[in-house]
Design a protein around this ligand. Structure first.
Ligand SMILES: [Zn+2]
Length: 275
């Protein structure tokens, strides 16, 4: 009987410890990692003895000559390759952690500036303050000052950060509204400096976790063209659809009583209330 063709799935995909001594390979300690050559840091495509052996035999012929299998030299050479690989991975993971921390610091600073309605360019001043304070406060200031220097705080980063935070904040509000049983809106319309009509919508709801009523800005909608009650109601309806908010939960709409809002025919409040 013809032997069954071996499939890739049938291969033993376990990394064997003896491959380190035989072929100078290691398996990096992370999910989905492929075997890596300790001599040249290249990886092979499969966790398979033949792939690893081929790499060792073709690329590192002289290594086998200089450090014969079973010799003490080979043992200590491989031990030193392993230890430099492990310190290298430690450096990488430390610098990744530091990058993450600096990113978080940058986000927190942008958030504070936005909360106090300060311009993004103030981030540079914050950084300067930080550096001055760090220099004055800490004994071992070199590390502290170096870390502060690495916090990304240019005006463009701050702008990007603020967008990220605003989106996150809005996403959180939407989650809260989906969670709430009912909500109420208050709306007002006004023109900005470029004479474009803006409709601001406040939302009020019961935050179940905090057991308190919360009022937040839900949206600021630009109304281009005519500003009639029906234009406003269309903008609000479109907004609710876009943000997938449930109109059935809308209990009431408050306006300032201007004609466009409370007109007898095409007024803003009535169509929403009827939902
Ligand atoms: Zn290699």
């Amino acid at each position: 009987m013809e032997p069954k063709k071996r499939k890739v799935e049938d291969e033993n995909r376990q990394f064997l410890p003896e491959w380190t001594d035989l072929y100078c390979f290691t398996l990096p300690n992370r999910a989905g990692a492929l075997p890596m050559c300790l001599i040249c840091n290249q990886t092979v495509a499969l966790i398979k003895s033949s792939n690893i052996k081929r790499h060792y035999d073709t690329k590192h012929k002289s290594f086998a000559g200089n450090f014969p299998l079973g010799s003490d030299q080979r043992k200590s050479k491989i031990a030193s390759l392993l230890s430099s690989y492990s310190s290298w991975t430690q450096i990488i993971s430390r610098s990744m952690a530091e990058q993450e921390k600096c990113g978080e610091a940058s986000l927190r600073i942008s958030w504070t500036l936005a909360k106090h309605m300060k311009p993004f360019t103030d981030a540079d001043v914050v950084k300067e303050c930080f550096l001055e304070a760090g220099n004055a406060l800490f004994e071992n200031k070199k590390d502290v000052v170096e870390t502060i220097r690495r916090i990304p705080l240019s005006a463009s980063t701050s702008t990007r950060n603020t967008h990220v935070l605003a989106e996150e904040n809005h996403f959180d509000l939407k989650r809260q509204l989906n969670n709430a049983n009912y909500y109420a809106l208050a709306m007002d319309e006004s023109c900005d400096v470029t004479d474009t009509a803006q409709l601001i919508i406040f939302v009020r709801y019961l935050d179940k976790t905090r057991e308190t009523f919360v009022e937040e800005i839900l949206a600021l909608l630009s109304l281009l063209g005519r500003i009639r009650g029906e234009d406003m109601i269309k903008a609000v309806m479109d907004y609710f659809e876009k943000d997938e908010l449930d109109l059935k939960k809308l209990l009431s709409v408050t306006t300032d009583g201007a004609p466009a809002m409370v007109g007898s025919k095409k007024r803003t409040s009535s169509p929403v209330e009827k939902q």
